[in-house]
Design a protein around this ligand. Sequence first.
Ligand SMILES: Nc1ncnc2c1ncn2[C@@H]1O[C@H](COP(=O)(O)OP(=O)(O)OP(=O)(O)O)[C@@H](O)[C@H]1O
Ligand SMILES: [Mg+2]
Length: 240
Amino acid sequence: MTDAAAVRPPERVAAVEAYGLRRSFVQGGESVEVLDIAALCIPSGAIYGLAGPSGCGKTTLLHLCAGLLPPSAGELRVLGTELPLLPQHARDRFRARHVGYVFQRFNLIPAVSAIENVLLPMGFANVLPVAQRRERAETLLRRVGLGHRLHHRPAALSHGEQQRVGIARALANRPALLLADEPTASLEAGRSDAVLELLIEVASEAGAALLIASHDARVLGRLEHVLQMPVFNGVAPAPS
Ligand SMILES: Nc1ncnc2c1ncn2[C@@H]1O[C@H](COP(=O)(O)OP(=O)(O)OP(=O)(O)O)[C@@H](O)[C@H]1O
Ligand SMILES: [Mg+2]
């Protein structure tokens, strides 16, 4: 099998395309199906919300789209690549190069500074010339309002600042797909609006598709397209 991570995804393929996508987990000795999506299409460069009650499978779907979790069944193409068919190392490489993930709990590396946290995925993906990486990391951190916090470790940053380092890190390798899991869950209203604006702005500037899982009615109310789970979980949605 060729290493699909070495190939830039074609420009206009759908960001995410899935058919008969299922995922189950073993819980208490029984297999429980948590996701059953008949069809899903998120166009390239589109901005979508992902809504639904706790436990309906939002994080599971984001993990599938990032190749962090394999589906139990079904087809899943991410930026034109059948992610579940890639071997693990190629999936990891594909994610590093093409997918940005904003984790709900930031998942920053505590032992290194903000700028090192942004540089790490650049080293792993190895797409940008080494000489350009530090400048890009600084630019991204300035872009999220952290030009004055480049050398602070995560523990020395506020919640909102850590969230913004996570956003800068997710953008490090110019992803064509940006996945954000409850990016505003622990922020107050004013901060939540700013983080949402920032995500939309940076995704739009880069032409990246953006999928935001959220419980927050304020966030979902700002988005033109919202996939409502589990209503569309098992029923074909009608993406526009
Ligand atoms: N590794 C796992 N093992 C067993 N069950 C799991 C695992 N991961 C998720 N689940 C189950 O799958 C279901 C969906 O979980 P998921 O985290 O995707 O929900 P969610 O919609 O993101 O919820 P929340 O809004 O609370 O973040 C839950 O019932 C959860 O318990
Ligand atoms: Mg979740």
